[in-house]
Design a protein around this ligand. Structure first.
Ligand code: ADP
Length: 537
């Protein structure tokens, strides 16, 4: 039987047209300026986004073309979130923490024609050897001197680029809701970052789901401050969820330190925010030490902690400040929020506490299983398996990956494709997931990945190093930091640190080195990381 409902495509046009029509008066606050946070409205922002969309059209951009950003959470970054998919182009939010070579790789792989760059990041950006696909670099913010060209691209100031005619009419409505709207790259253990291409449909569905009462419950009454970077998994899709709901947005720009955040929270009257544990732990510590005024947090009702595991201590410290903490699990491949640890309605205090510290239950629309061998493990809270996840806003494959190269990232059953997350979990009878280990050989420091294998390969290239294993060790500030266990002769930690600093971004260089006669191996001769983790944790 055929349904008789309208096959209107789900897409960002519905979010953008709705926000511009209904919520033009809602405020948007932006921090980071010398004079402190400033406030504008969605109406003013949309007018500027129309000017930016007009500029993109003048440059000859057509639906499906890629436009990149290299920016923190700023007003102009939000303009790109609106104007780029709102013109049918595809928004590639470049991760500013990648090394120059990786940045160049992702820009070339995505085929970006235009890049919007924050002036404060010009030193990092101009160090990138620009691939030939980039025709225009548009720079916003304060900067005295700009070259006329960067590689083969013409460099323009944002203010000059938007001087032409603005886009008129409604925002771009995709003919097919599966058209691409955005691209994020995610770092793996080895090789170049992998591309996750979101569709209009997946972004819309995920944003709508974040507005659900039992997920993040983002509503028109909220003032949302996405601290999680707009260059990292779309800031957990909070910008689009906020535009959809008509929630006021507060963007902290580069001020994600406790003092900067508190200033933004107070200026905008923030009710909801989201960040990695490091950010919240620093904020709690600053509030306790009296370095920031805790009453500036009075408006904050709930905050999401994700990206790395939230400790029970952090959850209770936030609760003591009168803020409801919500633990969530995500992955760039899942748009990115996949699990939310809201407690069940039927729970006693003990059940509530237990579930709140878990990684959570699946978001509506997603299915999960924990797989051990080839078999799904029972949901008994103790059986362990790899978390696999499936649903309409989970990636089906990586864009532009060599044929067969990503086969091990997925498992297919009769009616579904499962994403293999590389996270090892238990699932209890209510569907709450608890992370117990990770099979990916990566370190997650302050929300960003460091590949152990890459550090090991660089260290092995040092003539004095014979063997090396890099593992993640818990860290009170950054959640995890890399520790290098090295068998070497005639070299010390300082020399190895200098050696690495020339080869990887500085924040990835291990603080700790342990020198050993021989790195322990398993029976088959592999580095015994399990043993090392227990020994050095
Ligand atoms: P993001 O950091 O935005 O969630 P990434 O794709 O960079 O997305 O990283 C995904 C991985 O981060 C997960 O597979 C998991 O290993 C880890 N992770 C995310 N959220 C949590 C969490 N709440 N607890 C523990 N690990 C988490």
């Amino acid at each position: 039987m055929r349904a008789v409902m309208q096959p209107e495509p789900m897409g960002l046009h519905q979010i953008l047209d709705r926000c511009e029509t209904l919520f033009a008066d809602r405020p948007v606050t932006v921090g980071g300026g010398a004079a402190g946070p400033t406030t504008t409205t969605y109406g003013a922002l949309f007018a500027e986004a129309r000017a930016f969309a007009g500029a993109l059209a003048e440059l000859g951009l057509r639906p499906g073309d890629r436009v990149a950003t290299f920016a923190p959470n700023t007003r102009e970054h939000l303009l790109a979130y609106i104007a780029v998919p709102g013109s049918g182009s595809v928004l590639h939010t470049v991760n500013i923490r990648l090394g120059s070579e990786e940045i160049a790789y992702t820009v070339e792989h995505a085929g970006d024609r235009v890049v919007l760059v924050d002036a404060a990041l010009w030193p990092e950006w101009s160090a990138v050897t620009l691939p030939t696909c980039v025709e225009h670099v548009i720079v916003y913010g304060d900067i005295d001197e700009l070259p006329e060209r960067h590689g083969g691209a013409v460099v323009t100031r944002f203010a000059d680029s938007i001087a032409g005619p603005a886009r008129e009419g409604r925002w771009y409505r995709p003919a097919d809701e599966n058209e691409a709207s955005g691209i994020c790259y995610t770092s793996g253990t080895t090789g170049w970052p992998k591309a996750v291409v979101y569709s209009h449909r997946s972004v819309y569905l995920h944003a709508l789901t974040l507005c659900g009462a039992d997920t993040f419950a983002i509503s028109e009454h909220d003032v949302v401050c996405p601290v999680v970077p707009m260059f990292h998994a779309n800031s957990w899709n909070l910008p689009y969820a906020s535009l959809l709901a008509g929630a006021s947005l507060v963007l902290p720009a580069h001020r994600t330190d406790p003092a900067g955040l508190v200033e933004c929270f107070a200026a905008g009257g923030v009710t909801f925010s989201a960040a990695v544990p490091t950010v919240w732990a620093n904020l709690v510590a600053a509030a306790r030490a009296g370095d920031v005024d805790p009453t500036a947090l009075d408006s904050v009702q709930r905050v999401v902690i994700g990206g790395s595991a939230a400790s029970e201590t952090l959850l209770s410290e936030l609760a003591e400040l009168g803020i409801e903490p919500v633990h969530a699990w995500g992955m760039t491949e899942c748009s990115p929020v996949g699990l939310i640890a809201n407690p069940p309605a039927d729970g006693s205090t003990a059940v509530t506490e237990e579930t709140k510290s878990s990684q959570g239950r699946p978001m509506p629309g997603l299915e999960l299983r924990a797989v051990e061998g080839d078999m799904p493990a029972p949901w008994d809270g103790t059986s362990i398996g790899e978390l696999q996840i499936s649903g309409p806003y989970v990636v089906a494959d990586y864009y532009g990956a060599e044929s067969g190269s990503t086969a091990d990232k997925f498992a297919d059953s009769e009616e579904r494709r499962w994403l293999r997350t590389g996270d090892v979990v238990t699932v209890d009878r209510r569907g709450y997931v608890r992370l117990v280990d990770r099979t990916k050989d990566l370190v997650k420091s302050g929300g960003e990945w460091i590949s152990s294998v890459t550090l090991e390969n660089h260290l092995l290239a040092h003539p004095a190093v014979r063997e090396v294993a890099v593992i993640a060790v818990p860290d009170p500030t950054w959640d995890e930091r890399p520790l290098a266990i090295v068998a070497a002769r005639g070299v010390d930690a300082a020399r190895l640190r200098d050696f690495l600093a020339d080869r990887v971004p500085r924040w990835q260089v291990p603080d700790r080195f342990e020198f050993v006669a021989e790195v322990p191996k398993t029976s088959v001769g592999k580095l015994d990381k399990k043993r090392l983790r227990t020994e050095y944790a």
